[in-house]
Design a protein. Structure first.
Length: 260
């Protein structure tokens, strides 16, 4: 066994694409991968200004980064992101899916059908578009890695959380299929299941009557606190990196013990 050799986390060439990179988890993941040697493409659907400011910050630190508009439910827009990334950086070695809607919480019987349809379209169809368009791109680049952000609620049923857990469970299964079908092409696929995070979709919950659900989730978390976006990003960057070269088809729960 050899010690003292610092293996680069990411290839010198190519880039990582973070779909949904304008949110808290997406930005944290993109920033950490940039810090560890990867060029970055972040996508946004409506937060153009925030995404451009983030990219300028990365560039100011000497990192290579671009921002591109993308609605992941539109396959043509997803294809355009891959084409743009290849044009700018020559190769895509990492694809992170970090987007999602701010979803309703409550009893399943009370959901509006359009709410359920919306999260399925964004989370499940959106990830399908990302994955199916990305597989040939990663094959062409002689391999790479997918990482999808899901939820720890795929492992432990959280009351009133069906609109989050149901589509993310489908995403988790798609990740497992990529892992088993594409390993021969040097492609790995894993997912990260956050618990309750101090950022992203949780922020609106802090300002509404759903705050009690948030407090309940923290109460049932053994570590007894919210996670930071940076703590989730550590898991994303690790699974995407060469240090996780023998890990595929897995779901890493970063939830303070909530799913234990």
């Amino acid at each position: 066994m050899r010690f003292g050799i610092d293996t680069p986390d990411f290839p010198d060439s190519g880039c990582a694409i973070v779909f949904g990179g304008s949110g808290g988890l997406g930005m944290a993941s993109a920033g950490l991968m940039a810090q560890r040697g990867s060029a970055i493409v972040v996508t946004y659907r409506s937060r153009r200004d925030e995404s451009q400011q983030f990219v300028e910050q990365l560039r100011g630190l000497g990192y290579r980064a671009e921002a591109m508009a993308c609605d992941v439910t539109d396959r043509a827009q997803v294809d355009a992101v891959y084409a743009g990334a290849l044009k700018s950086f020559g190769r895509v070695h990492t694809v992170v899916s970090a987007g999602g809607l701010v979803f309703d919480t409550g009893p399943l019987a009370d959901f509006r059908p359009e709410s359920f349809r919306g999260v399925i379209e964004t989370d499940v169809v959106g990830f399908f578009n990302i994955a199916q368009a990305g597989i040939p791109v990663l094959r062409e680049g002689k391999g790479g890695s997918f990482v999808a952000l899901i939820t720890c609620a795929t492992q432990r049923t959280v009351p009133l959380d069906a609109l989050s857990a149901t589509p993310k469970a489908a995403v988790q299964m798609l990740v497992r299929h990529i892992a088993t079908e594409e390993a021969r092409n040097g492609i790995r696929a894993n997912s990260v299941g956050p618990g309750v995070v101090n950022g992203g979709m949780v922020i609106p919950m802090m300002k509404t009557e759903t705050r009690k659900l948030l407090d309940m989730a923290v109460e049932f978390t053994p570590l007894g606190r919210l996670a930071s976006c940076e703590e989730i990003a550590e898991a994303v960057a690790y699974l995407a990196s060469s240090k996780a070269a023998y890990i595929t088809g897995q779901a890493l729960m970063v939830d303070g013990g909530l799913s234990a």
